[in-house]
Design a protein around this ligand. Structure first.
Ligand SMILES: [Zn+2]
Length: 461
């Protein structure tokens, strides 16, 4: 077998190759049931004349080259983390770096660099070859080759994942995926509302994604479209992700506060045993609420959600984009979730109808009413389960019933399916609540501090 050393001496990385035999570290994370374990793996580089290393990804039993473990248990990672030690990417030995250009395929690239012989070996690896079939312009391929051909190829699948194709002693390529350690840094910010959450969030440097996360957390309690008031305040603590010293996006919001019309809402992140993330108030109640299954104690569903229904009155095929609940005239109709009335009045075939907005994503519609609850107006706040009107037959209807719709981001959805897809968020108690409070003690303290500083700042002359 050709000695790798001589090739390395001709490469721009030759100096690295003169070092003593050493282990090269790659951090490989194995994802097991949500927990990410780190294991060090090393590639032994030979001093000379012994051929290239076999079993290049062998575990390093010495453990001396394992990078500092990166905190990955989301529930336990509140302590600010140091940046991980510089990853050894720079020291991996590649002869060639290739930028994937518009119209490039692996076969074109290999042809271009005279290594077409490697094509079949790289593309017969089933799903492991997919990344090579789907090269995108701007991606980079890293190659190590000798006179025997392509020894190793690496490309990045994402900012945090690399895939290696390594030629084994026997010929075929073996595939290794490496998740790069993500180090997390805590950030914090406070702001106040002068225009809207998006404008004021942007003003203090929050990304649109982060603003979205904040609105989603509080969206069940606060109407961000029409319910904000000048002087409302918010504070948040979130995680930033860093990979190999580069910013790699925002992680979760860890804790946040929103003071809306004088009412204070606080939310803390909790990760349950199954790894699901949910936000809870400090008293253990979930921030995410659930829609009631039905807006009425109904006798029967007279017509379900059906995109292809033949309309009973109009006699034409027209989607039925809600659920009809048949019940006697005068039966009370409840708001299925807390929100703000954003329309109340007559509207075409709907007859007397109420639209309620729930946070920034959801709207419910209650049609064919005989009358509205007294004092209910456009702009009224309603609580979940509150009576908002009474069943009738106004608009286009064959008999007394409630026509109920649930729209998500303006799109008509089957209310039953939406409710089913949102498992109820429980209230934390017992051991889990203790764990939640323990894990969030620091975050809560920091949030309180942030909140009072924001007040002091706002009150300053
Ligand atoms: Zn209907």
């Amino acid at each position: 077998m050709k000695n790798l050393q001589s090739d390395l001496l001709t490469s721009p990385y030759a100096s690295t190759a003169r070092r003593r035999p050493r282990s090269r570290t790659m951090v490989v994370m194995f994802i097991l049931g949500g927990a990410i374990l780190l294991a060090g793996a090393s590639v032994l580089m030979p001093e000379s004349g012994t051929g290239h290393a076999s079993n290049p990804m062998a575990l390093d039993s010495q453990g001396d080259s394992i990078l500092p473990a990166v905190e990955n248990d989301a529930a336990e990672n509140f302590i600010p983390l140091e940046l991980a030690a510089p990853h050894e990417l720079e020291e991996e030995i590649w002869n060639t770096e290739i930028f994937v250009r518009q119209g490039d395929t692996l076969s074109r690239i290999l042809k271009r660099i005279g290594m077409f012989g490697a094509l079949s070996g790289l593309t017969n690896l089933g799903t492991d070859s997919e990344a090579l079939h789907r090269l995108r312009p701007g991606q980079k391929l890293y190659l190590r080759h000798s006179e025997d051909g392509l020894e190793q190829l690496m490309l990045r699948l994402s900012p945090t994942e690399k895939i290696y194709y390594i030629r084994s002693d026997h010929g075929p390529y073996i595939v290794q995926r490496a998740l790069l350690p993500v180090s997390k840094q805590q950030r914090q910010a406070s702001g106040s509302i002068t225009h809207s959450l998006s404008v004021d969030g942007d003003r203090i440097g929050l990304s649109p994604g982060l603003i979205d996360k904040l609105a989603t957390i509080f969206g069940w309690d606060i109407d961000f479209s029409v319910g904000l008031q000048h002087g409302d305040r918010f504070s948040l603590i979130w995680e930033e992700h860093w990979v190999e010293g580069n910013y790699a996006g925002n992680g979760d919001i860890l804790a946040a506060e929103f003071i809306n019309r004088g009412e204070r809402f606080r939310a803390l992140r909790h990760v349950d045993d199954a790894g699901r993330i949910e936000y809870y108030a400090p008293d253990g109640r979930a921030m995410r609420k659930q829609f009631l299954h039905a807006p009425v104690n109904y006798r029967r569903i007279s017509s379900g959600f059906d995109p292809k229904r033949l309309h009973p009155v109009l006699g034409i095929r027209r989607p039925h984009r809600g659920i009809d609940y048949a019940a006697p005239i005068g039966t009370p109709v409840y708001a299925t979730a807390s929100g703000v009335v954003n329309f109340l009045g007559r509207k075409g075939g709907y007859g007397r109808v109420i639209f309620i907005r729930h946070g920034s994503r959801y709207t419910t519609v209650y049609a064919h009413l005989s009358k509205y609850a007294s004092k209910l107006r456009t702009g009224s706040q309603v609580r979940q389960g509150q009576t908002i009107g009474y069943i009738g037959q106004s608009g286009i209807a064959t008999g007394p019933h409630l026509h109920y719709e649930l729209r998500v981001n303006g799109v008509y959805r089957d209310p039953h399916k939406v409710v089913q897809s949102m498992p109820p968020a429980k209230t934390l108690n017992g051991v889990e609540k203790m764990r939640f409070l323990r894990n969030n003690a620091t975050a809560l303290k920091l949030l309180e501090q942030l909140s009072s500083e924001a007040v002091a700042h706002a009150d300053a002359p």
